[in-house]
Design a protein around this ligand. Sequence first.
Ligand code: ADP
Ligand code: ASP
Ligand code: MG
Length: 457
Amino acid sequence: MSQTNNSTIVAKFGGTSVANFAAMSRCAKIIINNPDIRLVVVSASAGVTNLLVKLGNEVLSSNEKESVLQQIRNIENAILNDLGRPIKVEAVISQLLEQLAEIALHPLLVTSTKLKDELLSFGERMSSVLFAEVINQVSGESLATAFDGRQVLKTDSSFAKAEPQLEATKKQAEQILKPLLDTKVVITQGFIGQDNFGNTTTLGRGGSDYSAALFAEAVDAFALQIWTDVTGIYTTDPRITDKARPISEISFDEAAEMATFGAKILHPATLIPAIRSGVKVFVGSSLEPDAGGTWISKDVDYRPAYRAVALRNEQTLLTVKSPEMLHATGFLARVFAILAKHKLSVDLITTSEISVALTIDNPPNTPVAALLDACVNDLRSFCDVNVESDLALVAVIGNHVEHDDNKGGAGRIFSSIGEDKLRLICHGASEHNVCFLVKQENAKDIVRQIHDYLFPA
Ligand code: ADP
Ligand code: ASP
Ligand code: MG
């Protein structure tokens, strides 16, 4: 049996890093320059998954479908052309594009979550094949091989948000993936997996980071590198303010909290396997691989009261009131039983004896909207429900945020925003965050305000 060297690195490249031939060539050099990178996990080329989601979710005329398919073909063919259309690679890509067009025309597509996951898998399946060829051309040798990651990443059958099956994944990695790493740099797909019946599943949008961490755990890697379009994790999304600063080192807890509260740089589940297996995680930019980045690990020396500000849009607030003055515990138990029945997970919550206000993450193009409607109907059978949307959650992440004397904790932060702009405040539930629910239209300004207050230039 093959032994993965304890210096093995798993590297994940996101959508912009594999957007086209030039981006792929830059990433190929990162791999070629570091012989410890043995396993590579790729996203679909930028834009492709959004186009696939459009095909799966919207009722489109055949002309509209054809136009979306053509946009996908253009992205893949541009890379193929820059590669000089090698016969074998061209054959694989053509076949995948044909299969994709067939599924896109399937009459049951819009209603079948199983078919939608199959459809969504094509972006990663194509980018992995093309990227392996780019690495071979850039290196001038047969260094890399594309590998169907569904043989290893086993999941349950919850299409669109599949849960990994760790034991089965580990077993497959030992048997078929680890031996390959001795001879080849293996290029596999993020985001996709396979259930026990052989169906393709997906881990949810942005799931390639999570896949990469699961693969790193399964092959006992020493480190996981997440290569993206920014030089690491910043004090807030650098797209919101140019005052955001890079963080060189951060703990698993803090980074996990940032991801949970919307810092898109990492899928929220990414650090679960990393924490479990102790794999160190590095986040850097494939555009500037030598510019440094962020190391995420268990032990960090510096744990500041305030680390970062995260923003999560698309929040819905449900305020549920019991007109019957039900006993508080009975009322809450009924509300939560209904939420559980609809598999809706709640983020923020405030309660009084007769009412409960709770937030639900409600991103577009996901099954949540339908679940939420059904849930509200059930709740209305025994209480009053008010639904507010277009809200956003702003989270201040740090350590013992509520005890900080210097900046005055949550109270001072919210007075710096102006109380009239806040819909809900939640602090005390975790030592790592204070959260504010605000109107989506004000959210970016509020993030800038809080960021400037906590991290003055
Ligand atoms: P990839 O396609 O490589 O997975 P994503 O677009 O999913 O890349 O994630 C990278 C983006 O995350 C950045 O371009 C940035 O706008 C956003 N982001 C959000 N919060 C942060 C943060 N705190 N630090 C850095 N980037 C962040
Ligand atoms: N391609 C998938 C998406 O766009 C997964 C990922 O990129 O992480 O959501
Ligand atoms: Mg991402």
